[in-house]
Design a protein around this ligand. Structure first.
Ligand code: C5P
Length: 235
């Protein structure tokens, strides 16, 4: 089956501080989104990248992609996004031509994911998993709390899951296309990752090893780390 990638890039990136939409912020002079598109196009299995742009920024994103060369084997499409990440992903799925049987969903905010991680996700979907996520073990112990009603108030702990059984999930997440579409049609509540919608269908999502460099650029310090990773790669 042919493989396409949907890249939701319509978020404002408020936690990163004021400025352009997050996906358009530069890392070493090149917009984060371009790094993310290149990271996907680096996989020989990927033949189409659908970028979901800020609703008022589709023209700008199209020009950006035209200005940055991709491998000849990779086509791209730009569609306007929605109010939530989930809505943006759905709009990207709607734009997919019929002949793509495997879909990856990749955050523009994870611009540095290595191609081996992308290929491992695709391979696991090809081998029959309906949904595949790359993930890493946690360094921190995680506690579930009763969230405070006012910021800064102490919060009571409700539970401490066994750390060795937890994984921090990254993207790209890979899917059998019809399964992901079915998940989007049947799950209406807000989720923070696409695979959890497939879990809600009662299907088993598989985890493959993620990579440290697939971290999400969320806060200002993450920009510093991302530029350091890029600088190291040029050595
Ligand atoms: O906000 P968060 O870091 O979870 O965003 C993850 C990804 O979802 C980002 O690439 C962001 O641009 C995208 N997104 C989107 N449409 C929205 C909100 C977020 O495409 N309405």
């Amino acid at each position: 089956a042919r493989t396409a990638v949907v890249i939701p890039a319509a978020g404002r990136g408020v936690r990163l501080g004021p400025g352009a939409p997050k996906a358009l912020r530069a890392l070493n002079g090149t917009p984060m989104l371009i790094h993310a598109v290149r990271a996907m196009a680096a996989s020989r299995a990927v033949s189409l990248v659908v970028v979901v742009a800020p609703p008022d920024g589709a023209g700008e994103v199209k020009s950006l992609l035209d200005a940055h060369a991709l491998p000849e084997r990779t086509d791209f499409l730009v569609v306007p996004g929605g109010d939530s990440r989930q809505e943006s992903v759905r709009l990207g799925l709607d734009a997919l031509p019929a002949d793509f049987g495997i879909v990856l969903v990749h955050d523009a905010a994870r611009p540095l994911v290595p191609v081996d991680t992308v290929d491992a996700v695709i391979e696991a979907v090809r081998e029959g998993a309906p949904a595949v996520v790359p993930a890493l073990p946690l360094a921190d112990t995680v506690k579930e709390v009763e969230p405070a009603t006012a910021p800064g108030e102490p919060e009571p702990v409700v539970a401490t899951p066994v750390r060795a059984r937890l994984r921090a999930v990254q993207t790209p997440q890979g899917f059998d296309r019809s399964t992901l579409i079915r998940a989007h049609e049947s799950v209406t509540e807000d989720v923070t990752d696409d695979a959890s919608m497939v879990e809600q269908l009662g299907l088993t999502v598989m985890v493959v090893p993620g990579h440290e460099e697939a971290f999400k650029v969320t806060r200002p310090l993450d920009l510093v780390l991302a530029e350091a990773v890029l600088a190291r790669r040029r050595l």
